[in-house]
Design a binder for this molecule. Sequence first.
Ligand code: AMP
Ligand code: GLY
Length: 445
Amino acid sequence: MKLLVIGSGGREHALVWKLAQSPHVTRMWCAPGNAGIAQELVGQASSLSDGSPADRQDACPTHLVECVNLAAEDLPNLLAFAREKQPDLTVVGPDNPLALGIVDLFQKHGLRIWGPNQKAAQFESSKVFSQRFMEKYGIPTAAAGIFDDVVAAKKFAASLGKCVVKADGLALGKGVLICGTQAEAEKAVDEIMVGKAFGAAGARVVIQEFLEGIEVSLHALCDGRTAKFFPTSQDHKRALDGDRGLNTGGMGTYSPTPFLSDAQLADAAQQILEPFMRGCQAEGIDYRGILYPGIMLTKDGPKVLEFNARFGDPETQVYLTRLENDLVELLEASVNGTLDRHELKWNPKASVCVVLASGGYPGSYPKGKVIAGLDAANALPGTKVFHAGTALKDGQVVTSGGRVLGVTALGKDLPSARTAAYAAVEKIHFEGAHFRRDIAAKALR
Ligand code: AMP
Ligand code: GLY
């Protein structure tokens, strides 16, 4: 099979790495990819679990994944590329192309593609859509109001006390403001609705009660009829240790988390996935892809904070290092509506991913810093360094983004995985690098 993967982050490196291990795959492109993706080999399985290298010597000759210099949002040129190369399946990583309707566009031209279509991607691209859907179908979520009027929005926020103001549309993960006081809520409403701090996304807002609890990430693979939960994982969104500092795209993850037992996860499936699938059927939404609910474990049970319509980043890095199934077969089943014939199999080991970021991230940061020690880190048993913001320059790997690397390691339990991930982090150096030293620490307390 020929595969095209869309995106350039750590999530996409993990997807490419896992897909490239499938014996079904003969050729792979990634648009636009990164320096790590460009070094992945098609036709060579690597087994992280015991640190041993290739276990598929009989496979087709290995060759590199080809990175194509096309942005993930450049739908016309991605379509032209796919029409020329005719991949058997295109796999979409990020939310933007999904919200822009890449799935509908490719399907219209007879190209097979994995991910939710534009209507289904609204669960992530519109907070208003999601909130209404959750209320209509009884999915547990925060008490909330939806407003296109500034005065009414402020009045409702005042009635809640501590609250969360969310711009309606995609705002690159930044359109959510947590407000401790009435003054902060009024400022947030003004910024979003009047100042249009997040552009057109601010025409409407969702204002939610602030939920106290432990936040975890859930992922379910869906095929339009069946939805299957992954194990739990937890992200660390703040830039600094102890959940201080600014919000980021995610500074590290681990899986599984101790905060939700298997029985509680099964309960959550009943409370969230069942009404979700029922609602999709009633509304004519054909949801094929990953559904990623961000949930808060409150004293009244799990509540959905938001839905994402794609794999999390860096959740993907810990999930795919634990997944034992052939990912190509699972994504095919998700497209074909045959997921009920598959059982997801997970390595019982724990996985921890520590993100190395550029100095200054999530604010402004320099680029082009040479990265040393990647080979030494990757040589450690059970360890994989996924690239995010990296590029090749004069034969060297250099930084080119805010989140630079996702150093990921498996271990027999969380403490060992954590020790292994940080041992690998110690091998890697670039000027200004910063990372959190407390990834998975909460789980060990
Ligand atoms: P969202 O993009 O809607 O998930 O919001 C981004 C982050 O804001 C989440 O990951 C939570 O940490 C936080 N958040 C969102 N909604 C709430 C809420 N109702 N209560 C507490 N925290 C929230
Ligand atoms: N890990 C956060 C996200 O992917 O949205």
